[in-house]
Ligand binder design. Structure first.
Ligand code: IMP
Length: 423
């Protein structure tokens, strides 16, 4: 079957961009199915680091058709910046890039509302990236959004004004102004440039490619624990980050899906608010943060760090039907005598559970750990999966046994080449 889906199994930032870039040579199409400029997919090769927000991570491979699917929320201004950066680096980003006419448009007023609503949440802040994601998906579900295809209509400006007026009233409820006057000229310039790109009904494009036997890699953004339904609600993003989102976000039927790649770090991070049972608030967490350079690629915020969490991973594997795990950033744990693995949670009443409970209970859980010996080996020199240090091989084997899914890639550095393929 010709479609494989790649999803994050944690709270995002697992290293999905790197893996899409590594796997891209074996596909014909890379398609983003949800999220928007809140994502930051980092790819490193030939000594250069690239961060993509909305452009699919297949863009550096000239043979790949890159698709921004209907499930995505697109900010034309951010998109234009990304394309400019790629052009400046000699990448012809537009020739093989198609954008769904059904993708939702992020307006300057969505970004303004994101900020206003986040501030109004006070102590209950989600820690949003403030890119306008929540308000744009809210308009989509409320059937009041503007879509990419709308920019081609003669009445676009009028519909834009009507939408902004509605947003103005929402802001007024909080006694706030939108304050977007300075952003509107850039928005319309970016919309004009967007209208010159290949805007199409990408569900037809993708299904035509499927009928020609082409292979598609669906690129997820954020992570399963940020999913609007199954994540740690309300501390989540506003889209379906799990594999089912690839069907609705691209218009591809489930029967085409074969492999599901689940991407997980060898430890765990979270950026923004919300429960994180294995979070380390001590010097161990700080050591992971420094070793892993765990600062947000979209916002620069320090990421919260902790040990790997098997109950949370099992939940994400169940939701996605993961067929292979890719274990990322193993090199970051090279300087630890012991690696802790959370196997269960202990509830307030002392009983153990392997399930991820609801938010209220999640906050009262304490993780139960098993310690495994660290590998204490610099992995820079390891270029062959058969040469993994034995303690790292045991860590991988332990995860496979506990999660009942094979680990097929171990990543030992940010570069494309620092990727070990296991049999
Ligand atoms: P929003 O999607 O910007 O509204 O943010 C909602 C929550 O998801 C916040 O906790 C963000 O930090 C988190 N989040 C959104 N996008 C990403 C991502 O790409 N990586 C990691 N966390 C993210």
């Amino acid at each position: 079957m010709p479609v494989d889906v790649l999803v994050g199994l944690q709270w995002g930032d697992e290293g999905k961009g790197k893996i899409v870039d590594v796997l891209a040579p074996t596909y014909d199409v890379v398609a983003r199915f949800q999220g928007g400029p809140n994502a930051g997919h980092t790819l490193t090769f030939n000594g250069t680091k690239h961060v993509l927000h909305q452009v699919p991570s297949g863009i550096f491979h000239p043979h790949i058709i890159n698709v921004v699917g209907n499930g995505v929320v697109l900010d034309p201004v951010v998109f234009r910046e990304e394309l400019r950066k790629l052009t400046a680096r000699g990448v012809d980003a537009t020739a093989n890039l198609y954008i769904s006419k059904k993708a939702q448009l992020i307006l300057p007023s969505h970004r303004a509302l994101d900020r206003i609503w986040e501030e109004a949440r006070g102590g209950g802040r989600i820690g949003s990236t403030l890119k306008g994601i929540g308000p744009t998906y809210q308009d989509k579900i409320g059937r009041t959004g503007l879509r990419v295809g709308d920019i081609l209509r003669a009445d676009f400006k009028q519909r834009y004004q009507e939408t902004v007026e509605r947003h103005r009233q929402l802001a007024a409820f909080h006694q706030r102004e939108l304050g977007i006057e300075a952003d509107e000229a850039a928005f319309f310039e970016a919309v004009e440039e967007l209208s010159q790109l290949q805007l199409t009904d990408t569900e037809y494009l993708l299904n035509n490619l499927l009928s020609q036997g082409k292979r598609i890699l669906a690129e997820g953004a954020q992570g399963s624990l940020l999913d609007i339904d199954f994540g740690t609600y309300p501390f989540v993003t506003s889209s379906s980050t799990v594999v089912a989102g690839a069907c609705t976000g691209l218009g591809i039927a489930p029967r085409y899906i074969e492999k599901v790649y689940g991407i997980s770090k060898a430890y765990c991070t979270r950026v923004g608010s919300g429960p994180f049972p294995t979070e380390l608030l001590d010097e161990v967490g700080e050591k992971i943060r420094q070793a892993g350079r765990e600062f947000g690629s979209t916002t620069g915020r320090p990421r919260r760090c902790g040990w790997i969490d098997l109950p949370a991973l099992r939940y994400a594997i169940m939701l996605n039907g993961v067929t292979e795990i890719h274990l990322m950033k193993a090199d970051v744990l090279s300087d630890f005598d012991e690696i802790q693995v959370c196997t269960h949670y202990k509830r307030g009443d002392g009983t153990l559970t392997e399930q991820l409970p609801d938010l209220a209970e999640l906050q009262e859980l304490t993780p139960e750990y098993t310690a495994l010996p660290g590998w204490r080996t610099n992995l820079d020199e390891v270029s062959d999966a058969n040469a993994l240090p034995s303690q790292l091989a045991k860590y991988v084997q332990y995860l496979e046994e506990q999660l009942n899914v094979p680990v097929t890639i171990v990543s030992v550095g940010p570069d494309r080449t620092s990727t070990l393929h296991l049999n």
